[in-house]
Design a protein around this ligand. Structure first.
Ligand code: SF4
Ligand code: SF4
Length: 263
């Protein structure tokens, strides 16, 4: 098993790559410091995904025969994006939609870069798509980054069904599968969502513009319909089926929430 040193190196690679990307002005700078974590490819929770997400959810071994590790990274958005999205009203803010497009492109490029670095070190890896590995009938992802990130210890699920990381939930996730044996990152020992931890919060519920999120059941179909409304609204951009209002300007937007953050 290759230990923490290798994870630190991967983290450094991503950080350096992001700084160069922004320095070379390949897009606006939408991001804060990336977070990186690792899951063992044989973590028993992967099999659970076939029960909790979809019977056809991919296993690391399906993507890369001989897979040993799944590296998951989170690119947290700058706070101004959350503020702008929150203020914009019914539709997602243009900056939120543009950040989505730019981040998907960045994730693909980071993955290609990591793939090259791992190859140079004598290992194989598989580039996984940043998004659009989505079953539009069942409304589930067959390589669910949020669930991978949970397994890798990047955070815990919030009431709003987003993953709350140490840098909050505003941002995007990417992953690669590799045959490099890396030490898995420990998962958080407690729920980071205040409501799930037994503290009153539900600050995310009134943020939802279409009633998909309530104190009860989450309505996946209503949520996806709202994302498609935003895609139609920004017809000049590539696919932007996003919303994210429930992640913006709530106690868990940019950090692990504390009860003091409840407004
Ligand atoms: S806003 Fe509150 S209830 Fe909603 S996910 Fe964040 S911490 Fe949990
Ligand atoms: S992403 Fe938007 S539509 Fe979906 S639950 Fe959150 S606020 Fe509601």
């Amino acid at each position: 098993m290759i230990g923490d040193q290798q994870l630190i190196r991967l983290q450094e690679e991503i950080r350096k790559f992001l700084a160069e990307w922004v320095g070379e002005k390949k897009s606006e700078n939408y991001w804060r410091e990336p977070l990186v974590a690792v899951a063992s490819a044989i973590d028993p929770l992967f099999i659970e995904l076939r029960r909790v997400v979809d019977p056809e959810h991919a296993m690391p071994e399906d993507l890369l025969p001989g897979a040993q590790s799944v590296v998951v990274f989170f690119l947290p958005f700058q706070q101004r994006l959350g503020e702008e999205n929150d203020l914009f009203g019914f539709h997602a803010a243009r900056s939120w939609a543009e950040a989505y497009v730019a981040t998907n492109r960045l994730i693909q490029t980071i993955n290609t870069h990591l793939n090259k670095r791992l190859e140079e070190a004598g290992y194989r890896s598989t580039i996984t798509p940043a998004t659009h590995n989505f079953d539009e009938e069942k409304l589930v992802s067959l390589w669910s980054h949020k669930h991978l990130a949970y397994i890798a210890g990047l955070g815990t699920f919030g009431h709003h069904h987003q993953l709350i990381t140490a840098s909050g939930c505003c941002g995007r996730l990417g992953s690669i599968v590799t045959n490099m044996p890396l030490s898995p990152t420990p998962r958080p020992a407690a729920q980071w969502c205040l409501e799930k931890a037994g503290r009153e919060c539900y600050a995310c519920v009134p943020k939802c513009p279409c009633g998909a999120l309530s104190e009860g059941e989450f309505d996946r179909r209503k949520c996806y319909a709202q994302c498609l409304i935003n895609d139609g609204y920004y017809g000049d951009l590539p696919l932007v089926d996003v919303c994210g209002k429930c992640a913006c300007e709530v106690p868990c937007s940019y950090c692990i929430p504390t009860p003091a953050a409840i407004r």
